[in-house]
Write a protein that binds this ligand. Structure first.
Ligand code: PMV
Length: 328
């Protein structure tokens, strides 16, 4: 086996969409940030020509030459790991290792199906651990491969989740211009509240497509408002203006509610945030469930977090992650 090392570990961060989800699908900007919750992957080569994956309660063990049809015989929990299997197959094929196999152990701090980028982070950390087996750790290469592999999970994905998970930081994404980094003047305090309601991004995106077809002038108006919010949000971050940033989050949420992608549980969580001192709050990601993000005033963060946390909902305080994917 012409590998560099036998075992490698890597981790990649989750993400939140601060502004612009859904509207980004129709050529508007979105602002996306990596956060300090990670997926860790340990990859080890084996000489059994099998891929053995363990991830929490789920596991999959199949020959490396398996194809999509072979997956039909597996149960749902194993099928959920098939995109990870495809990452392994892709990298081993690229390295011309036809008879090799890999054992993968995955540990996640990111709830799945809540719009926090667990699919992207799992592809990025898996691809990074695999490349590291061959002493390659090039973030551009990791991003390109993970972006293609993530499309096995989210067809037509913009690649923005994989981008922030690979490179970290806060990014303004404009479909026609690409990615540009935002460097805020101050550290913001954010809280994430998980509704526990799983969503399917694909389904919510199609509902929005139907909304747009039926309400084209309203949709255009909402899009230009969302676009303007992104522009103002970049200035607020650059200036460190947290109260304006908070108001923009809430404004963006109102647009998403009009689009019909909120959910009663999400509205409940947002009310809790706004009634207890958050500067602003919105759903993050596709919606119809998933998570909310709230901006907490820095000068009274402990007090506000305690108040929000004492009510219903599952809350975690997060920070932006500036490392992206790392080894170890
Ligand atoms: O829930 P998520 O993180 O999969 O968010 C999807 C973001 C959308 O704008 C709704 C879709 C997209 O591809 O950008």
């Amino acid at each position: 086996m012409n590998s560099g090392i036998n075992k490698a570990a890597s981790s990649a961060p989750a993400k939140i969409i601060l502004f612009g989800e859904h509207f980004v699908v129709y050529n508007n900007p979105a602002i996306v940030a990596a956060i300090n919750r990670r997926i860790h992957v340990v990859a080890q080569l084996n000489d059994k020509s099998r891929v053995n994956i363990k991830s929490g309660q789920n596991s999959l063990s199949i020959p490396i030459n398996s194809n999509d049809n072979d997956m039909m015989s597996h149960d749902n929990s194993s099928v959920s790991l098939f995109p990870i299997f495809k990452c392994v197959k892709h990298v081993l094929d690229e390295k011309n290792l036809v008879n090799a196999g890999v054992n993968l152990e995955i540990e996640s701090q990111i709830p799945h199906g809540e719009g926090l980028g667990s699919s992207a982070a799992s592809c990025v950390s898996t691809v990074a651990a695999l490349y590291s087996l061959f002493s390659d750790f090039d973030k551009n290469q990791i991003y390109e491969t993970a972006r293609i592999m993530e499309q096995n999970i989210h067809t037509n994905s913009s690649g923005v989740d994989c981008y922030v998970s690979t490179f970290g930081g806060i990014v303004n994404f404009e479909p026609e211009k690409g990615f540009s980094k935002i460097s805020p003047r101050k550290k913001f305090t954010l809280l994430i509240g998980a509704s526990g309601i799983k969503h399917s991004t694909g389904e919510v995106v199609s509902q929005v497509r139907q909304f747009r077809e039926k309400n084209s002038s309203l949709f255009n108006d909402l899009s230009s408002r969302a676009h303007h919010i992104c522009r103002r949000a970049i200035s607020s971050m650059n200036e460190g203006n947290e109260s304006e940033l908070g108001s923009l989050l809430t404004e963006n949420h109102k647009l998403l509610s009009i689009l019909g992608v909120s959910h009663p549980e999400i509205e409940k969580l947002i009310k809790i945030c706004l009634n207890n001192g958050a500067l602003g709050a919105k759903l993050t990601g596709a919606g119809k469930g998933g998570a909310v993000i709230a901006l907490i005033p820095t000068d009274s963060s402990d007090e506000v977090i305690a108040k929000i946390g004492s009510g219903p909902g599952k809350w975690i305080q997060v920070e932006f992650d500036y490392d992206g994917v790392i080894l170890g």
